[in-house]
Design a protein around this ligand. Structure first.
Ligand code: SF4
Length: 234
């Protein structure tokens, strides 16, 4: 057992008290959420927003219209998100797969969470983080999304030597927090905000961070004798 229930819940409470409820993920439709999950691979959300804005301006944000759009037009619209040729193809192939196998996005997303995840992972270009983002935010089924931010924050907070692997960390978190859709959605968003604002890759802003009193990394850095996280809350 790498971490325990009271601490992980306390972390969520402290983050939520600091950032507020984040109501993530932004998107006016299931298609927009799926497109965002694919476009955000290897880029920042700011760039995804620009790509989605372009797609909307070109009237592409509907299943039929995007599926039938000229691939060059899709490439042009998603250019701000980087790897635009690859991402335009991924989007198109994804929609073609749904059309062929499930007819509609609604049918596809209505599957059981784990079956949906398994099928998503079988589609070319869909990795674990993208699959889980689609299951959680588009299908609205509770599965915990792990990303680089979550791995980094957990490693530091719990004073681990190395980052945990995706499946191990996901399993650990899901066993320790209530299986609640809104909690899962918001907790992932809280990790993103934490790392964007404080727990940066280089030079984390520990003295201003809302988790400074429970974080092992901050504890070591500041050389305060406040005890480890494990001892702090349990
Ligand atoms: S205290 Fe520092 S290391 Fe710990 S979570 Fe906050 S920013 Fe990251």
């Amino acid at each position: 057992m790498r971490f325990n229930n009271p601490k992980i819940i306390r972390i969520y409470e402290m983050l939520e008290a600091h950032f507020g409820f984040l109501d993530w993920w932004p998107g006016e439709s299931k298609l927009e959420i799926i497109a965002g999950a694919i476009l955000t691979q290897q880029t920042s959300w700011k760039n995804v927003e620009k790509a989605i804005k372009n797609m909307k301006a070109r009237n592409m944000m509907s299943f039929g219209l995007l599926l039938n759009a000229d691939i060059k037009d899709i490439e042009d619209a998603v250019k701000p998100s980087g790897f635009y040729r690859q991402k335009a193809k991924r989007l198109r192939d994804f929609l073609a797969y749904i059309r062929e196998n499930h007819s509609t996005i609604k049918n596809f997303l209505s599957k059981d969470a784990m079956e949906l995840r398994k099928e998503l992972l079988s589609i070319n270009g869909i990795g674990k983080e993208t699959a889980d983002s689609i299951v959680l935010y588009a299908a609205e089924k509770p599965i915990f999304v792990i990303d680089a931010y979550t791995k980094r924050a957990i490693k530091r907070i719990y004073g681990m030597e190395n980052e945990m692997e995706y499946d191990e960390l996901q399993d650990c978190i899901m066993k320790k927090i209530p299986k609640n859709l809104e909690l899962y959605k918001d907790f992932h968003a809280q990790f993103v905000e934490l790392c964007k604002n404080y727990c940066k890759k280089s030079n984390p802003l520990c003295t201003e961070c809302p988790l400074r009193k429970v974080c092992n990394y901050c504890d070591i850095l500041s050389q305060l004798k406040v005890g480890s996280f494990q001892g702090g809350y349990d």
